[in-house]
Write a protein that binds this ligand. Structure first.
Ligand SMILES: [Zn+2]
Length: 414
């Protein structure tokens, strides 16, 4: 396969210079209007490449289609999605990307003047990229590889298919979304307009990864009703909601907290506890990858509330639940070829393959729940959301190959 080094590098360097930071707490859609500068740039580039049916919506979602060049119409319409915003966690203004060619290992001086150094012992993943070319920041802003490394790879994939009409592919749908970093990435995404049967988000982590599992996620809210009287005359009368709340906390297993769990281990996470003798309020997250374990965790919380009601009287603890999302595994297991093809593409392109069980939600989890099965393929960036973010150009190049191979596999199996 031909190499994509220069195309993907040049695109990436252009994209990260555009400030497209999103903002939490904004009422507008997109959350910041500057994201539409990025959207317009991508829209115009898709059009100039020859992608069809290209448009940017009022809310900043960019759509485009590469029609099938197969003689049969049995190939799935495959969507590829990346987000164009960058996180508000670090400055995204005036990004000055530079390339360190043929990295030799050791510390990297990002900014001589300000003495900003990326220590190799603090960032052990650097070792994986010895001999490669790294795009770095000047140590004062984020890079924006999350997720512009994926945007650059998808755009270069599009360029490949449009300049190689002999390469077989089914219908390809391209989508670039704003506001992923502030949890609103799918809010205004029009699945019908997108037109894909199935899709992949391209986001997160080193190249070669894939994931189709997220947590099952629910929030418990407990209202605890106490009874306040003067402490001097409280004997056998007072019911202290603060103490009852404390008893509830003490019932939660200490080893099943976010800070004590990883991988596929679930947890309980009380994150709000406020109250007085008269009334206390607790919000507690419940998370698990396994549906049965997640249900068991919910039952345990119910048992704790029941126990406290037995001790202090019916109605003392009132429990309610808000579902946040379910693991997309439930949806993806109906379309197992999506994962088989992704694994095949990653392997055949020679990347180190790894599977991720996400300890949170993804845009793909939401889309899967809304009827568009949408696992994730990784994008090839490191140290996201901070000033030490970097992207190996070879990782982006590999990702272009993986995406092209993936789409080719769909055509072969049509
Ligand atoms: Zn991302």
């Amino acid at each position: 396969m031909e190499r994509f080094y220069e195309q993907v590098r040049d695109r990436f360097m252009r994209y990260v210079r555009v400030d497209s930071q999103s903002q939490a707490g904004s009422d507008s859609a997109p959350s910041t209007m500057k994201q539409k500068n990025m959207g317009r740039l991508l829209r115009d580039e898709l059009i100039s490449l020859g992608v069809q049916n290209v448009a940017m919506s009022e809310e900043g979602c960019v759509y485009g289609t590469i029609p099938s060049n197969l003689s049969k119409d049995t190939c799935k319409s495959v969507g590829l999605l990346a987000h164009m915003d960058t996180t508000p966690d670090a400055s995204g203004t005036d990004v000055k990307p530079w390339v360190l060619e043929n990295y030799q290992g050791g510390d990297i001086v990002l900014n001589k003047e300000k003495n900003i150094v990326m220590k190799s012992e603090k960032y052990p993943n650097l070792k994986k990229y010895i001999g490669q070319d790294l795009v770095l920041t000047d140590g004062t802003t984020l890079l924006g590889g999350d997720d512009k490394a994926a945007v650059a790879a998808i755009m270069t994939m599009a360029e490949y298919f449009l300049s190689h009409p002999e390469a077989p592919h089914g219908p390809i749908q391209i989508g670039f979304t704003p506001d992923e970093e502030v949890g609103r990435g799918t809010e205004n995404f029009d699945i019908d307009r997108f037109g894909a049967d199935i899709a992949y988000t391209v986001d997160g982590d080193a190249v070669g990864g894939y994931g189709y599992e997220t947590f099952n996620a629910e929030e418990a809210q407990l209202v605890i009703r106490g009874l306040n009287v003067h402490p001097g005359t409280a004997y056998k009368i007072m019911k202290n909601a603060v103490e009852i709340g404390g008893e509830f906390m003490a019932m939660l297993p200490a080893f099943e907290r976010p800070q004590n769990t990883r991988g596929r281990e679930g947890y309980y996470h009380p994150f709000v506890f406020e109250g007085t003798v008269e009334r206390a309020f607790i919000r507690c997250l419940v998370r698990d990858h396994e549906r049965e374990l997640y249900e068991a965790r919910k039952r345990y919380i119910e048992k704790c509330a029941g126990q406290l009601n037995e001790l202090y009287g019916e109605g003392t603890v009132e429990l309610s639940w808000t579902n946040q999302y379910f693991s997309m595994r439930e949806v993806i297991k109906e379309v197992p070829y999506m994962i088989d093809y992704a694994k095949q593409a990653i392997r055949e392109c020679g990347a180190d393959i790894f599977e991720i069980a996400y300890r949170g939600g993804t845009d793909g989890a939401w889309l899967s729940q809304k009827g568009l099965p949408c696992p994730n393929i990784t994008a090839g960036f490191e140290n996201a959301h901070g000033r030490f973010e970097y992207v190996p150009i070879q990782s982006m190049e590999k990702n272009v190959e993986i995406l092209i191979r993936l789409l080719t596999i769909y055509a072969e199996n049509a």
